[in-house]
Design a protein around this ligand. Sequence first.
Ligand code: SAH
Ligand code: F3S
Length: 451
Amino acid sequence: MNPSPMILVGARKVFFETFGCQMNVLDTELMIGALQVAGYEVTAHLDDADLIVYNTCSVRLQAENKVMSRLGQIRSLKAARPDLVIAVVGCMAQKDGAALKKSAPHVDLVVGPGEIDHLPSLVRRVESRSDESLVATEFKPVQFQRDVTLRPSRYQAYVSVIRGCDVYCTFCIVPYTRGREVSRRPEQITEEVRRLAEDGCREVTLLGQTVDHYGKEFRREGVHLGTLLESVSGIDGIERVRFVTSHPKYLSDDILRSVGDIEEVCEYLHMPVQSGSDRVLRSMRRRYDTGQYLERVARARELVPNVRIASDFIVGFPGETEEDFLKTADLMERVEFSQAFIFKYSPRPGTPAADMEDDVPLEEKKRRNQHLLKLQDRFQRKRNESMRGEVVEVLVEGVSRRDPAKWTGRTRGNEIVVFDRVEKNSSIEGSRVQLRIVDSTALTLFGEALS
Ligand code: SAH
Ligand code: F3S
């Protein structure tokens, strides 16, 4: 019998760089899977790539600028090797489409998030007709037979449960780049998680822009995020389940009860508030006021003992006065968020807020940003300090990057804990261990393994 010709002599190589959110990280894994089937292997070097893919983000101008500068850097590569295929995929591709080709003519392929499953065939089309370049920005339900071996770590995986967004906050580009909200069928999700678990995955993070609105299409069947959390948690091998991002309006008591009751579901919510001023929230069209937000926080703390709540903030939204800003700072102090992601408002062309006057000067946005960062740092320091002596469970993620003599893991509340590597626990990666907290900084807890 002849051996099948599986030796990939001179396999084609693809270089990937990913910008933006976890959804993009997952989309990149899906694209890598599809390209591997098509005979590609991943390279970490631009120089030996036959295909370069930038998976882009449009949420703030800064993210787009980074991509444009990358494209500038590889212009000479393309000039030296005209066969090289350059693809811009993701949100910038969707938003700018053909215009992107104008500012970067050496780009061969522009592919929106709704068409990433066609990347291999699109690349083939460009390769076979070297004079052509393609722009693919239709919204289609992305259908991947996922290669479950591709994920951020052996023990963790992202799983997309709902794509797109229908909320249309006035500052946000996402509904325009990722399209309408569509939920995946629950059995399709559980089947994927089952395959991940069989391959050794222990923790899954369910992803969606408004993940707590999951299952709108299947409500009549009684499906909501809570029921999905329950079925995913019941899968053999799955020890931890997380979900991001929650919109305050949709985070119902039913969902909170599931988080509180199901052992595998971590006590962690990412529920962006954006602003502490009702006037600004209205202008952002966030669909809740601070009273409703605080009510959700109180309910979460009641139904989910020891819950950690993380949030996003935007400073310098059009018309945000000092008084509005101080209300945001006040809300931050009242809630005591476990983590805060703070952004300076960046006008996104095509969104309603882009028509409002961007009237907070950059210097002032920076000052407000710094102010919130300081408040958050102070709180995290205090909170971490108060955890001294506490026993926590971490899922061990690997060797600490800063100090190879230590392990790093994550608590159920998403805090990072670093602890000593000792001989006898040489293979504890991916397992859960009990640690006593002995020290901390604002960002990191230090623990000691309980034998
Ligand atoms: N629903 C998604 C939102 C994605 S954008 C989620 O909650 O993950 C992520 C964050 O980026 C938003 O919560 C918001 O705080 C910030 N953001 C979005 N558009 C922005 C803009 N135009 N300027 C500054 N920050 C923005
Ligand atoms: Fe963006 Fe608001 Fe949706 S922040 S992703 S429009 S919930």
